[in-house]
Design a protein around this ligand. Structure first.
Ligand SMILES: CC(C)(COP(=O)(O)OP(=O)(O)OC[C@H]1O[C@@H](n2cnc3c(N)ncnc32)[C@H](O)[C@@H]1OP(=O)(O)O)[C@@H](O)C(=O)NCCC(=O)NCCS
Length: 180
């Protein structure tokens, strides 16, 4: 368990899968996730079975918030494409419970994940890709300290339009030290 102030990250259990099916079938949640087809229970079961093939660093984590006197699961965050030699990793996240968007939870969760990535997993650089249309996401990542690193022009196709994908990244030295 990775514990922050009102947000915590834990491993994913099989019992969480119905949440993923609901979240990832919501067009508003899915629109910026490069997931364009509906997701079935069977696909989520398969995804869960395949998690054991991933390294510890790449295990997805459930994002939970303290809400109504209990911990509530609201989304997912994970490192992918970990490069052991260059100590680089990509981070991806989504909040599936839409009422929790825009409340600072993405910012807090990324801060926890950067602490984990830089000071436990010893990454040197953490980066992400975001659709140029995803203004909320970009604002969140800028707040955390991710810098714009580049753009892939018209690299995705969404709702009948080609759109740009932005690369953003942060180096360990640019991230604040724990407690500083
Ligand atoms: C992207 C996401 C993880 C960000 O998490 P979040 O908790 O909503 O983000 P935060 O509240 O921490 O930060 C968002 C910032 O953007 C602002 N914002 C919200 N909606 C906005 C909008 N439509 N336009 C511009 N800014 C917006 C918020 O006010 C906040 O800034 P502030 O703290 O200065 O007021 C979350 O919204 C989400 O999961 N969205 C759906 C899936 C997704 O897009 N995943 C990411 C794919 S790269």
């Amino acid at each position: 368990m990775i514990i922050g102030d009102g947000v915590r990250l834990r491993g994913i259990d099989q019992g969480d899968l119905p949440l993923f099916v609901r979240w990832l079938n919501d067009p508003e949640v899915r629109q910026y996730l490069a997931l364009y087809a509906p997701q079935s229970n069977a696909q989520e079961e398969k995804w869960f079975e395949n998690l054991e093939k991933l390294s510890i660093a790449e295990q997805p984590l459930m994002m939970e918030v303290w809400h109504d006197q209990k911990w509530k699961a609201i989304g997912d965050i994970s490192f992918v494409a970990v490069d052991q030699q260059a100590r680089n990793a990509e981070v991806g996240l989504f909040i599936g419970e839409k009422e929790f968007w825009g409340k600072g939870i993405g910012t807090q969760t990324l801060a926890l994940m950067l602490d984990y990535g830089f000071f436990t997993l010893n990454f040197h650089r953490i980066y992400l890709r975001v659709y140029a249309l995803n203004v909320r996401g970009i604002h969140c990542y800028e707040k955390v300290g991710f810098k714009h690193e580049g753009k892939m022009r018209e690299a995705a196709y969404l709702d009948g339009e080609y759109i740009d994908i932005l690369w953003m990244g942060i180096l360990k030295d640019e991230w604040k030290r724990k407690g500083s």
